[in-house]
Design a protein around this ligand. Structure first.
Ligand code: EPU
Length: 332
């Protein structure tokens, strides 16, 4: 990386040596200044929006604004963005498809990145290998594999996320998870270096891969095995039916808690009698206890209050410490 910072954000934004309090009156103005600086650095095809509400970009449909929301057009844009943010002390966070994320009502200070442009969403197939950009939807990966008669990736069909997000949390369903089916990963280090290496080098556990908390996923190579496209399609349809039968249709962030060792979180929440419980516009789904759904007017604070209530009751009544699976970010 060669980019240098001539006008770091803080010097153009005035004397803000102390940490920013949330939602100060001049925040929109500073968001606009940040977005202008980013536009000047990135390619014309990059999308840069100031003060962008994240409720419209997460599946749970809650959460305040990002100071700047950016869709880089190329890997070079992404490297520039990383370099700019590091030099200017601006926090940067990748959004993925916003499907496993709970953004607090105060929103996210700094830059929120989405890898939604064509350079990051391509899915290509060579023999039994399928290469997908970090921004590609898992559903698209599963469907492409089916069209090329490659089995083993059917379980990805119903996971409402991107490849990058799925790597970050080792997403899974139907007794499989992402690290079972990938061979190679491409990523950007915090120093801006692009590296490809075997996925087996990266430790991943149930719903977690800490490597991708600091490194940024760019692409992955999935490995399928030849089978009849029809048989693959049937298995995908069965997974799809099972999901519609057992999971709610309203906006949610997927399962809220990791399954504890003792029993599935959904069953535990059902046994605690909390299904259907509402706070504000959020509800513990009556279809599946481990889903908190947005009834249409929920705030992040409502969802967080439900999370607190469930955790407190699980601890007090069953001695079980529930750990959230969704990532909770932003300011109150
Ligand atoms: N159950 C209940 N009550 C409920 C919900 C579930 O008794 O309200 C029972 C079910 O009857 C079943 C057991 O709990 O016996 C497990 O339920 P389910 O089969 O729905 O699976 P899960 O463990 O709740 C996991 C993943 C899901 C994934 C499904 C399907 C976790 C935290 N959840 O759910 O992933 O879709 O398996 O493979 O690992 C996600 O990660 O966001 C997610 C939704």
């Amino acid at each position: 990386m060669t980019a240098t910072i001539e006008t770091p954000l803080r010097s153009t934004a005035g004397s803000h040596a102390r940490p920013d309090p949330p939602a100060t009156p001049d925040r929109p103005a500073r968001s606009t200044a940040l977005a202008a600086q980013l536009r000047a650095r990135l390619s014309p095809a990059a999308v840069v929006l100031a003060d962008e509400p994240l409720a419209r970009r997460t599946t749970l449909k809650v959460g305040g604004p990002a100071d700047a929301y950016v869709e880089p057009a190329t890997e070079l844009d992404l490297v520039e963005l990383l370099e700019f943010c590091r030099a200017a002390g601006v926090p940067l966070r990748v959004l993925g498809r916003g499907s496993n994320l709970l953004v607090r009502d105060g929103g996210i200070r700094g830059v929120v990145v989405s890898l939604a442009q064509p350079a990051f969403v391509r899915v290509t197939v060579t023999g039994e290998r399928l290469r997908a950009g970090a921004g590609a939807r898992l559903k698209e990966v599963a469907n492409t594999a089916r069209r090329h008669a490659l089995a083993g990736l059917e379980f990805l069909e119903g996971i409402p996320g991107s490849v990058g997000g799925a790597l970050r949390m080792n997403a899974g369903a139907h007794a499989s998870w992402v690290f079972d089916v990938i061979e190679q990963i491409r990523y950007l280090t915090p120093d801006g270096e692009v590296i490809e290496r075997p996925a087996g080098d990266i430790p991943a556990q149930y719903r977690s891969c800490s490597f991708f908390t600091t490194n940024l996923a760019l692409a992955a190579v999935f490995r399928g095995r030849p089978d009849r496209a029809e048989a693959i399609g049937e298995r995908m349809a069965a997974f799809n039916r099972r999901r519609w039968d057992t999971q709610p249709r309203q906006p949610s962030a997927g399962c809220i808690f990791k399954n504890p060792a003792a029993l599935p979180a959904g069953r535990l929440i059902e046994e605690l009698g909390l299904k259907g419980h509402r706070i504000g516009g959020a509800e513990v789904s009556s279809v599946h206890g481990n889903f908190l759904v947005n009834l249409g007017h929920a705030r992040a604070a409502d969802v967080l209050a439900l999370i607190d209530l469930i955790r407190t009751r699980a601890q007090a009544e069953r001695g079980i410490l529930l750990e959230t699976e969704v990532e909770i970010v932003g300011e109150d």
